[in-house]
Design a protein around this ligand. Structure first.
Ligand code: ADP
Length: 261
């Protein structure tokens, strides 16, 4: 899939054959790949490729809070640091975290917090570092999704995973999972996130124009997409534990062979 690198808005966001510019149907997600346990030094980690987005998430905790004055005596705190690399977009991005990154960090933290048992960890923090190394629309949703995986990989007790996707309106049509160019040239963008333990939304942002009916239809589209992404998250976690089991079985086999000799 070609990366659209310049802010040249195309006249139309649908091709002659009715498909989107990247060849997708309206309810089709971009290709998604996920892997957990990708960083050796973090307590938990995950990597996600979602269309042209490439994102790492690393989790540390529970651990002491620095600066100490942020610690809460009756509960733990969740700190999320969403960053876009300077080389993640076509024009070099300034390295210092801007207003957008601070806002997205806060949004992701709000999405994830409902699934954590922070009350069990007074005086400590869980820190989630998110590095977007390639960005192409929907990075807050992709980051939330990969951060939830990294928390699970760290063995942090969770009520459930969290999954996020955006839907929106482009050229008057409702679509799921907006690419960067659709996000910029489209009429509306509606990122949402689902916490699966209670089937509730922990994020619903809205930018643009839509009727109430369109919003309801968009939520149906999002719901269908969220279920697919959730399955992928579960599979990514299962794959890691199947690999661990295979490793344990193999080392037991080697031990048994050693014992027989
Ligand atoms: P999201 O990534 O969650 O959709 P935005 O709507 O703010 O968040 O951004 C849409 C897209 O615009 C991003 O995914 C990225 O591709 C691009 N973008 C964001 N910030 C910058 C920037 N500073 N320079 C160039 N492109 C950017």
């Amino acid at each position: 899939m070609p990366l659209i690198i310049k802010d040249e808005y195309p006249e139309k966001l649908f091709r002659e054959d009715g498909k989107r510019l990247d060849g997708r149907e309206k309810n089709e997600l971009r290709p998604i790949k996920m892997e957990v346990g990708v960083l050796k030094n973090a307590d938990g980690s995950a990597y996600l490729e979602w269309g042209n987005n490439k994102i790492f998430a690393a989790v540390y905790g529970p651990r002491d809070v620095h600066p100490h004055h942020l610690a809460k005596p009756d509960r733990g705190i969740l700190r999320v640091f969403y960053r876009m690399a300077t080389y993640s977009v076509f024009e070099r991005k300034r390295p210092a975290p801007g207003r957008r990154e601070k806002e997205i960090s806060m949004v992701i933290s709000d999405c994830l917090e409902p699934v954590l048992f922070l009350e069990l960890y007074p005086g400590t923090s869980f820190e989630v570092f998110i590095e977007v190394i390639d960005a192409d629309g929907g990075t807050r949703c992709a980051s939330t999704t990969v951060a939830a995986l990294a928390l699970a990989d760290a063995g942090v007790p969770m009520r459930s995973l969290v999954t996020s996707v955006a839907c929106g309106k482009i050229d008057g049509e409702l679509v799921v999972d907006l690419s960067g160019i659709e996000d910029k040239a489209g009429e509306a963008d509606l990122p949402c996130a689902m916490t699966w333990f209670n089937d509730q939304l922990s994020l619903l942002q809205f930018d643009g124009e839509m009727t109430l009916d369109e919003m309801n239809t968009s939520m149906d589209l999002a719901s269908e997409a969220l279920k697919k992404i959730y399955e992928m998250q579960l599979n990514a976690l299962k794959e890691k534990y199947l690999a661990v089991r295979e490793e344990v079985n193999q080392s037991q086999e080697i031990e048994n062979i050693g014992g027989d000799e």
